[in-house]
Design a protein around this ligand. Sequence first.
Ligand code: ZN
Length: 285
Amino acid sequence: MKRALITSCTSLLLLALVACGNNAAPDNTASQAPATQMTPEPSQTILPSASSSASPEANEPSSTPDAVKVEKTYRMNKNYFIVPIDKEKTENKVVLLTFDDGPKAPETLDPLLDILDKHNARAIFFVNGYRVKANPELLKVIDDRKQIIGNHSWDHIELKKEKEPKIKEQIENVQAIVKEITGKTPVFFRPPFGSSNDAVRQISKDNGLLFMTWSNGSLDWNMAKTPEAKRPQAVIDNVLEQLHPGSNILMHELPWTAKALDSLLTQLEQKGYSFVDPDAIDTEL
Ligand SMILES: [Zn+2]
């Protein structure tokens, strides 16, 4: 098992017995490029759902080290899959969990955080600057709960249609506001709608960001024609249909995704997958 997971498992020992104990032998099936996804255009609708507990870190001493140094055991390939750097030593049957377009509201964010904790999983939350500005306390919560914050541009616009100074502003202002609130500068970037060009990639690189779109689209942003009660199952079905070792799973901070997540993560675990720690991805490879 990877050191990263072993380390993080210690914090939730009971759950870890379940979450970390079911890694099957590596699956050598070659990763296939995913089917073309529709452009993500998430719904802006926010529906109330059960909110839950505050940060479990609240009562910890302030001297607790901010971050455990995680060994870089994975890299991203050109199709945005997460693969082991050393195939002999490192499990390839992992998925990367990502949630875009927040932070929106406690009603949608808290359940995601609680379920990630329950499964001892860390994810990347790709945030938009205008939402961070509106909800700085929610960005802080994501960081306090040891999840990873990624850059998803300030305004959620199609960057390939913009001129360089505007692209720079869209990316760099998010770097700045996240640093200001959390003290950390993002190292992951995902352009809205997967829309990019050479300038977007170069500016991302110049800011020390690993550029990624995704390899497994949950289609949770495209549920307008799906009755609300059926949306959580649709999210699960969409992810499982495209599942491969190293899947980079695109989800959003949406109520039906929050409702789907516990069952989805359980089913992934039952299939022998574990959740790659974003800190274990070498962003310089
Ligand atoms: Zn987005």
